[in-house]
Ligand binder design. Structure first.
Ligand code: E4P
Length: 219
């Protein structure tokens, strides 16, 4: 499974990039706004750190505007994908941008039917939001399983990005469902690395070895 980082923060991107496990980046208007920079500057900076797909969302809600913005954003770098919020206008824009060779990530996916339509329009990625489904009392990662099965049934090339990831269990369940990608916030990536038994084990190995060294020096 590919792992993207869900952030527009350059420090976080730089840090995880050094781990050697990051395949791409997703941003959204809220994440960009948090950095206080315009979207193009953010994207340009990110492309200097990560060599992989980077999603940037348009603000237009009509197909013509989405296409125009999408073309502009895609000029920043060939790795930039255009994120379109799911709606009829986004389907129209997905079809056109895809025909122009610009990859589209249809975002704010909350049902398998939405994902099916986005895939049919030619989307390269769909982003089901698992955490926001949990927020309204559903089991968000069930949606990932459904989309995975539908895309496999009909051999769609569209990749599924598990988005709105709020904890390591979301990543686990997405991986078990055969999801192509999980886009994960920095804090959750840190949680995925850690296990209390690992920390305990490292401490014990260090102290046993240091005791032996001390014993040999004293002898
Ligand atoms: C994904 O592409 C979105 O940027 C993101 O995962 C949304 O997450 P949130 O529901 O925690 O805001």
């Amino acid at each position: 499974m590919k792992i993207f980082i869900d952030t527009a923060n350059l420090d976080e991107i730089r840090k995880v990039s050094s781990w050697g496990i990051i395949d791409g980046v997703t941003t959204n208007p809220s994440l960009i706004a948090r950095e206080g920079k315009d979207v193009k500057t953010c994207l340009r900076d990110i492309t200097k750190i990560i060599d992989g797909p980077i999603s940037a969302e348009v603000m237009s809600l009509d197909a013509e505007g989405m296409i125009k913005e999408g073309i502009e954003l895609s000029k920043v770098h060939s790795n930039v994908n255009i994120k379109l919020p799911m709606c009829v206008e986004a389907l129209k824009a997905t079809k056109k941008l895809t025909l122009m060779g610009i990859k589209v990530n249809v975002t704010l996916i909350f049902s398998a039917q939405q994902a099916l339509l986005a895939a049919k329009a030619g989307a390269s990625f769909v982003s089901p939001f698992v955490g926001r489904l949990d927020d309204i009392g559903e089991h968000g990662t069930n949606l990932i399983s459904n989309i995975t099965q539908i895309f496999a049934n009909y051999s769609f090339d569209t990749e599924i990005i598990a988005a709105s990831v709020r904890n390591p269990i979301h990543v686990l369940e997405a991986a078990l469902a055969g999801c192509d990608i999980a886009t994960v916030p920095y804090k959750i990536l840190q949680q995925m690395v850690s296990h209390p038994k690992t920390d305990e084990g490292i401490k014990k190995f260090m102290s046993d070895y240091n005791n032996l060294k001390k014993h040999n020096t004293d002898a």
